[in-house]
Design a protein around this ligand. Structure first.
Ligand SMILES: NC(=O)C1=CN([C@@H]2O[C@H](COP(=O)(O)OP(=O)(O)OC[C@H]3O[C@@H](n4cnc5c(N)ncnc54)[C@H](O)[C@@H]3O)[C@@H](O)[C@H]2O)[C@@H](O)CC1
Ligand SMILES: [K+]
Length: 510
């Protein structure tokens, strides 16, 4: 399923209206009816206060007020704006609400604003037409709604969340539930917007299937797809040979976590190239890994003298992961920068590999084999140095970029983007990224393509956190590795069901 930005959503609405001849009035009515079905299911006994703005989002709210009133619900409307400027559809609903005699305050002053904790608030102030910082007048109302103690149900998107960036524009409604219309917008799905949305519902508001299916949008969910079956006649070298280049003084755990994660996610053979003084410590952490001892700098990090050896070793593996625990030691950084363009297989760069890359996009953009980078927020900022605002990391560095964080995004240089829905805050723990890097390297080697491998690894990594039976506070990187056998099995056996339910992150409403 596609995830749209507000411009695309408007074009989709227009196409539905003009090409498929579904009138705008019907779309608004369907939006209101789908919101009604959520209210009937989730808030069957609540009286309802609808807070409506002057755009079509407000129109949806007015249509919903009309339908609720016809069901003899206790409803009241607060409406902001000048009715002379309403769209045709919003005007029609406004006139109906007035004629029917539904209680309505137009542009209420402070005393007329009354929010009761036990009355459901329907937030229909601002939808995808939000195009600037929330005005002072709206801000005051949003604050009052947020502090009212009442449950809030947002129509289309919580008022104040930017549909493209998912950031609040100054302030935003914090909804308990949100229903998005037609298709989910980026602001419904990405961080931090998805937290403001609360529980998310989606209605197609009768958009014809080809309109949604054939939409040329470039953003979609990272939906589970089947894992490649292991060859029953395979052997260790056919199940993915991974080379991990990492480690430095005080950082032997990072490559060890990556190596364990690689084995637990299916790698047949893992070589760990680490500074010689750390080899024995490494073996204690991951006895399955084959160790390549490397010459060291005086600071016990990987020396530049290993260049030829490492390139030769890389050529004997399917994928290389470089970076975990390598430190920012000058000579080591220089080695990383020499190796990046020359490594003759797909390359995953993480941690110090990314720090060494930052500011030199040509190192990766000219590589003959694909590169995957997995930066967290701090690393993203460093990698952005020297880039213009409209340039993306994936485009400028010529890589697949995994933007790690809540709702990680996996982006290709051609603009295709997959939003991952698995995971939670438990993953914010030291070593979590090292584990992910090991999983990414392995699934790249074992799945049908580099992008498929990356998508599956990110999904699986998030799943381990969701399936953890303990408190999120207690979750560690080792728990991810420990959960992999179960989660991998669940993914293998149930991907189809996971696909149907979108992993429970969004409920489809007729
Ligand atoms: N045919 C369609 O286009 C459909 C649209 N629908 C609804 O229509 C919404 C989009 O409608 P609109 O494009 O009219 O936009 P909105 O209803 O989101 O808001 C536009 C209004 O808000 C004002 N505004 C924008 N930014 C503001 C700010 N920061 N502070 C205060 N006021 C601000 C604008 O001046 C304008 O009056 C969707 O979110 C959805 O709820 C649905 O009815 C489904 C069909
Ligand atoms: K809204």
């Amino acid at each position: 399923m596609k995830v749209l930005n507000p411009d695309e959503m408007r074009r989709m609405d227009e196409t539905c209206i003009h090409k498929y001849k579904v009138p705008a009035q019907i779309l608004m009515e369907n939006a209101a009816l789908s919101a009604l079905s959520v209210i009937q299911e989730e808030y069957p006994h609540h009286s309802v206060l609808l807070v409506c703005g002057s755009g079509n989002n407000g129109g949806d709210g007015l249509a919903l007020a009309r339908i609720l009133f016809s069901l003899e619900k206790d409803v009241e409307v607060l409406l902001l704006g000048n009715p002379d400027h309403f769209s045709k559809e919003t005007s029609q609903n406004y006139r109906a609400v007035r004629e029917i005699g539904i209680p309505l305050s137009l542009n209420p002053n402070d005393e007329e604003l009354s929010f009761k904790p036990n009355r459901l608030i329907v937030d229909a102030l601002l939808g995808i037409g939000l195009n600037r910082t929330v005005s002072e007048k709206y801000k005051a109302i949003i604050e009052r709604m947020n502090h009212s103690g009442a449950p809030i149900f947002s129509l289309d998107i919580p008022s104040g969340i930017d549909g493209t960036t998912a950031q609040p524009r100054g302030i935003s409604i914090r909804a308990d539930k949100t229903i998005c219309f037609g298709a989910p917008k980026r602001g419904n799905i990405l961080s931090p917007g998805y937290v403001y949305n609360g529980e998310l519902f989606c209605s197609r508001i009768s958009f014809p299937p080809p309109l949604i299916r054939d939409w040329p949008g470039k953003t979609e969910f990272n939906i589970p797809s089947p894992l490649i079956q292991r060859d029953p006649l395979g052997y260790k070298n056919s199940f993915g040979r991974i080379l991990i280049i990492g480690g430095g003084k005080n950082y032997q755990g990072a490559p060890a976590l990556a190596a364990q994660a690689a084995y637990r996610s299916g790698a047949g053979y893992v070589t760990a190239a680490v500074p010689q003084s750390q080899a024995s410590g490494f073996s204690a952490h991951c006895p399955e890994a084959v160790i390549q001892e490397l010459q060291e700098t005086t600071e016990k990090t990987i020396s530049e003298k290993n260049e030829t050896l490492l390139l030769d070793l890389a050529s004997k593996h399917d994928v290389v992961l470089m970076g975990p625990g390598m430190t920012g030691q000058e000579e080591t950084v220089s080695l990383i920068r020499k190796l990046i363009p020359l490594i003759p297989v797909p390359l995953v760069l993480d941690a110090d590999g990314l720090n060494a890359l930052a500011g030199s996009p040509d190192l990766t953009s000219k590589r003959k084999f694909q590169t995957v980078i997995t930066p967290h927020l701090g690393e993203q900022k460093r990698l952005r140095l020297g880039l213009t605002e409209d340039q993306s990391l994936e485009e400028r560095y010529g890589v697949i970029c995994v933007y790690k964080g809540p709702r990680s995004r996996i982006c290709q240089s051609d603009g295709k983007e997959y939003i991952n829905l698995t995971g939670n805050d438990a993953l914010g723990t030291a070593g979590s990224g090292d584990v992910l890097a090991g999983m990414v390297a392995t699934l790249i080697a074992t799945q049908e393509s580099v992008i498929q491998g990356v998508c599956k690894a990110v999904l699986l990594h998030g799943l381990t956190a969701e399936r953890y039976p303990g408190a999120r506070e207690s979750f560690t990187a080792s728990d991810i590795i420990e959960a992999l056998p179960r989660c991998l099995l669940e993914y293998k056996n149930n991907y189809n069901e996971m696909k149907q339910t979108f992993l429970g992150k969004m409920k489809m409403i007729p």
